[in-house]
Design a protein around this ligand. Structure first.
Ligand code: GDP
Ligand code: MN
Length: 382
């Protein structure tokens, strides 16, 4: 679950991370009131669950309350990478000397949290990571010991901070790790962490993702979820109990099992198309779940063909076949559907599909080739 910056800075602030004064507003009038209270130049920042706000024009400076109101009028309602801006954060402007990057994520390779830091912080850190990965330092954290002070200090010196700044940096990095662990985060990022012109360090941005699997023990964090601001397809899937991630391609995939879903996406790519989503309907999927899944996939206008890849273990092929037939008749889908169905009650499943005029195959290669051919063939997208 991703949190908004205004929520993340509040939580991280409780762990001692230094943020400038600020408050969130939903109307230009409110933005004006907050700016007037701050009584200094302010930054007006779009609150959306995506990065790159700065580049998209969602972060603007204002010299006084009047200007803050104007900026808020411009930014509220703006569309940033498909997300509507419904709130703005108003914070005091900081005079910046240097912009650093500091973050903690789970690293699957080392199976630990890692601290990442860079002197090239600011709005283009993804670009830095791609083009010049050597500019990003990483330090593995032993989960039993936590981040150690000497590790933080080493990073601070490599960032070419003065000894006094290294002390501040070390406190900030240790607090960041405490919040990462305490909040069960999967990602916790400050970009930029700035050196102010007066030499002190200050956090200016906050990005926080909480591990969904931990939300049962953090009801106060679960309550921060903003369904209005999330991707509508992903939200619907979550409410239906399906594991779904939206992607950019045109082949919708409905698969049982996360590993098989990954393999399905790979094989679609291998034959020259791209998957529109990751979707795991789970084990033992019954007809109504299959219908839900197909409806969800087809509500994405980019989907031009659908591939079912079902391996029947606990899941029964005849159940899935009934689900596909029912879903198709309810949804009047005119996109081609290819079904690969193997395992428990396979023959029965194939017979049900045949009777309904659908073709089912048993090989994954054949299924992927057929769906790509259907996509590129007559009536499909070329
Ligand atoms: P993002 O683009 O979505 O990551 O938004 P950020 O909150 O990180 O802001 C983007 C950029 O705006 C920062 O890298 C800074 O250069 C600038 N910025 C943000 N807050 C301030 C501030 O208080 N003072 C100044 N001078 N620049 C700021
Ligand atoms: Mn940022």
């Amino acid at each position: 679950m991703n949190l908004h910056e205004y929520q993340a800075r509040e939580l991280l602030g409780q762990f001692g991370l230094p943020y400038p004064a600020g408050q969130v507003a939903t109307t230009p009038a409110e933005a004006r009131r907050i700016a007037a209270e701050i009584g200094k130049p302010v930054v007006v920042k779009a609150q959306v669950l995506t990065g790159g706000r700065g580049k998209a024009g969602g972060v603007k400076l204002a010299k006084d309350a009047d200007e803050a109101e104007q900026r808020a009028t411009q930014i509220l309602g703006m569309l940033i990478r498909g997300y509507v801006v419904r709130r703005v954060l108003i914070t005091e402007v900081i005079d910046i000397a240097r912009e650093l990057y500091l973050g903690i994520v789970i690293d699957r390779q080392s199976q630990r949290p890692v601290l990442m830091a860079s002197a090239a912080g600011g709005i283009d850190i993804e670009e830095v990571a791609r083009q010049t990965p050597e500019k990003i330092m990483t330090v593995a954290i032993d989960p039993l010991l936590g981040l150690l002070e000497f590790q933080a200090r080493q990073v601070g010196f490599k960032l070419e901070l003065t000894p006094a700044q290294v002390r501040q940096f070390s406190t900030i990095a240790l607090s960041l790790y405490k919040s990462f662990a305490g909040l069960d985060a999967s990602l916790c990022e400050i970009n930029p962490l700035v050196v102010r012109s007066d030499g002190n360090l200050q956090a200016l941005d906050a990005k926080l993702s909480i591990d969904d699997n931990s939300l049962y023990r953090h009801p106060e964090l679960a309550a921060l979820r903003d369904p209005e601001a999330e991707d509508p397809f992903e939200r619907e899937a979550r409410e239906d109990g399906l594991s779904y991630v939206k992607l950019d391609g045109e082949v919708g995939c409905i698969v049982n099992g996360a590993g098989l879903a990954m393999a399905t996406m790979d094989v679609i790519k291998l034959f020259g198309a791209s998957p529109a989503n990751f979707l795991d309907v789970g084990g033992g999927a019954r007809a109504e779940r299959v219908t839900l899944a197909l409806r969800l996939i087809l509500s994405d206008p980019k989907v031009k063909a659908v591939l079912f890849n079902i391996f029947g273990g606990i899941t029964r092929c005849d159940e899935v076949a009934h689900g596909i037939v029912a879903a198709r008749s309810q949804l009047e889908a005119d996109v081609p559907i290819v079904v690969r169905l193997v395992g428990t009650n396979q023959e029965e499943g194939h017979r049900i599909l045949r009777d309904a005029g659908l073709t089912a195959v048993t090989s994954m290669t054949e299924a992927a080739q057929s769906v790509v051919a259907a996509l590129k063939g007559p009536g499909g997208v070329r």
